[in-house]
Write a protein of this length. Sequence first.
Length: 77
Amino acid sequence: VEEKEKYANDHAAGKIAGYGSKLANNASGQLEWEDYYFHLLWPEHRRDMTTWPKHPQEYIEVTDAYGQRIRNLVTKM
């Protein structure tokens, strides 16, 4: 929990990037607790690297590579 709080988002302050939790309806209409982690990949100047976790060590590199591939795919579509 402490690690998650380091990266917590704050919608009231306009900080959408980071870790958060919410109650949401599933496909059956039942409420479920959801944990999520959100950060921007594009455009690069909008990235807030303070909200990106430091562990696992390869997280940033792998996420960046994934984002590049998704962007290339979308461009081709």
